[in-house]
Design a protein around this ligand. Structure first.
Ligand SMILES: Cc1cc2nc3c(=O)[nH]c(=O)nc-3n(C[C@H](O)[C@H](O)[C@H](O)COP(=O)(O)OP(=O)(O)OC[C@H]3O[C@@H](n4cnc5c(N)ncnc54)[C@H](O)[C@@H]3O)c2cc1C
Length: 243
């Protein structure tokens, strides 16, 4: 059913291919995985399960990133939602925001395809005893929310113009304590309320660079200590493969 739906939607797009030299280097420096499952969540998201021996017996910490090789020396960064180091499998949620390399790659994927990536590598790291945590982000941060909430009590606030689509992901990933807003004023008010309700929380800001800047100003006004905040821009208008 899933595959049939994907095949129906995506047959016109061809993926970039890794040339011989690139493929040889990938073999040495990257982990190789197999696409074990592709689950569309609405039109805008794909939940991918990757598995393979190279995913076994390694250290992964919630918030780590992987950098997927899309072919043609192009790589894009995603956040594992979970990692089963015994079974050798991980899941990532990809947001299909436009006709871009990342979107084309995921639309062209088929079950059983192979995929190469670097990592997992450190990106966002919570302090070992951090709790609670307030996470601000957007569609690209939903996977991070799922990962962090497995480690600490996490209150999540997502900015999204397509609220229903984002809510569908929140529901599918069973994200606790998560809300979504599209209006900038409502976002600021929701963040102010979270800061007031959880004055000891560690703060994580991710997603669009400009939105992070705005939220940083709000945190500054609230006197949130710099050592309790961390931020990572996941994308910025006009920039590609920001990492
Ligand atoms: C550490 C880290 C972890 C990340 N984790 C995830 C993840 O788990 N899931 C996920 O989906 N993304 C994640 N991202 C974001 C993702 O890597 C970027 O959105 C990336 O740009 C996607 O590649 P692309 O080929 O689709 O677009 P690109 O070719 O990189 O970008 C083309 C243009 O599209 C626009 N653009 C890029 N991203 C977006 C967006 N989200 N919304 C609207 N416009 C956009 C920009 O104007 C950009 O110039 C992460 C990024 C980082 C740095």
């Amino acid at each position: 059913m899933r595959l049939a739906r994907l095949q129906g939607m995506d047959t016109l797009i061809s993926p970039p291919r890794a040339g011989r030299f690139e493929a040889a280097l990938q073999k040495i420096f990257t982990r190789s995985a197999r696409v074990q499952d592709i689950e569309p969540i609405g039109e805008g998201f794909r939940l991918l399960t990757l598995d393979g021996d190279a995913l076994r017996n390694l250290d992964w910490t919630p918030g780590d990133k992987i950098q997927v090789m899309l072919g043609g020396w192009v790589q894009r960064t995603y956040t594992p939602i979970s990692w089963d180091a015994e079974a050798g499998s991980t899941r990532i949620l990809v947001y299909l925001h436009g006709d871009t390399p990342g979107t084309q790659w995921v639309r062209a994927l088929r079950l059983g395809d192979s995929c190469a990536f670097f990592g997992p590598r450190k990106s966002i790291r919570l302090a070992p005893a951090a709790s609670p945590v307030i996470l601000f982000g957007d569609e690209t941060s939903l996977g991070l929310g799922a990962a962090l909430s497995a480690q600490a009590t996490t209150y999540m606030l997502f900015e999204s113009a397509k609220r229903a689509d984002t809510e569908a992901v929140m529901h599918r990933l069973r994200l606790p304590n998560a809300s979504v807003e599209s209006d900038p004023h409502a976002l600021q008010a929701a963040m102010a309320a979270l800061l007031q309700a959880h004055p000891d929380a560690d703060i994580v800001l991710t997603g669009k660079a400009g939105a992070i800047q705005q939220m940083s100003r709000l945190l500054h006004q609230h006197g949130t200590a710099a050592k309790r905040r961390q931020s990572k821009a996941y994308w910025a208008p006009g920039k590609t493969g920001l990492d």
